[in-house]
Design a protein around this ligand. Structure first.
Ligand SMILES: Cc1ncc(C[n+]2csc(CCOP(=O)(O)OP(=O)(O)O)c2C)c(N)n1
Length: 275
């Protein structure tokens, strides 16, 4: 069973439930196709998103705020054969964890990073993050946000990420992109637009979503990806492209060190580690 018996403490109707459902379906599918639970590891940061750790029966670490990616990297160095998934909120990924995000994209370690982007620090009751729109008000920012938000898709393209995707919090879309991300040999960045029903008004986002694939976007074309990434600046919501913006091949971190290559060949598993 991939589900745990933990009672969920997410708000009723939270879109994190969609991410959890998609991830569980994806893992169950992989297990049905012959993978073992022990082949996977998950790492989470701190925040509402991080509770996914309690609801999925897989090995891993509920780590520190902003430190998901170095923890994922550590797991890959310890056992390069593990299939590793990291989960962060937008605060976790783009504020506290920003330096790790850039360098992990640059390293191109073979792992998948899922960012639950609700455009607020939700667990600490709704402070603005680097992707909050101008004018957003809360108790810490009574005059409203004045600084233009960051565009994480463009950031990832610029940092050299080899798989860059954004999806809406829809179970089918997430499951599809997780499968593609897992097949990809390198760092896969997957942002999920995850409306926060309590602290961020995302009304109307769903109507602005469109699929890059359906519009014939060429995911191997960097310039086309850059252009598409500019269509939604996280500030003004006119249209939100979703799907795989960019995918390319580049040397993978784990394949560039003799010791890691040897570990990979040996195929170490939990048996060897527990000895
Ligand atoms: C180093 C550090 N700074 C701040 C905090 C306080 N803190 C706990 S959860 C949280 C907000 C998390 O927001 P986000 O990463 O966007 O995740 P969400 O709750 O929205 O899913 C913060 C700031 C912390 N635990 N550790």
């Amino acid at each position: 069973m991939i589900a745990t018996s933990m009672k969920s403490t997410w708000c009723p109707g939270c879109y994190n439930f969609q991410i959890l459902a998609a991830f569980k379906r994806f893992i169950e599918g992989e297990i049905a196709n012959g993978k073992k639970r022990e082949d996977f590891a998950i790492v989470t940061g701190i925040g509402c998103h991080a509770k996914i750790f309690d609801y999925v029966n897989l090995n891993g670490l509920n780590s520190l705020h902003g430190r998901v990616l170095p923890t994922c990297l550590g797991l890959k160095i310890g056992n390069p054969n593990l299939t590793v998934f990291g989960f962060s909120g937008d605060g976790d990924a783009y504020a506290e964890g920003m330096e790790h995000l850039i360098h992990t994209a640059r390293y191109n370690s073979n792992l998948t990073y899922v960012v639950h982007n609700n455009q607020v620090f939700a667990l600490t009751v709704g402070q603005p993050t680097p992707t909050t729109e101008i004018g957003f008000k809360d108790k810490t920012t009574p005059e409203g946000v004045k600084i233009h938000p960051l565009n994480p898709i463009r950031l990832m393209l610029a940092a050299g990420a080899t798989f860059v995707a954004r999806v809406y919090a829809d179970v089918k879309q997430i499951e599809y992109v997780l499968k593609e991300a897992m097949k990809h040999n390198g760092f896969s960045f997957v942002e999920v637009i995850q409306p926060c029903l309590i602290f961020h008004n995302d009304a109307g986002y769903k109507e602005k979503i469109y699929s890059l694939e359906e519009k014939g976007h060429d995911k191997n074309n960097f310039d086309a990806a850059w252009k598409k990434a500019g269509e939604f600046d996280y500030n003004v919501v006119e249209k939100i492209p979703t799907g795989i913006f960019y995918q390319t091949k580049k040397d993978v971190f784990e394949d560039q060190f003799e010791q890691l290559k040897e570990l990979k060949k040996k195929g170490i598993g939990w048996k060897d580690i527990n000895r």
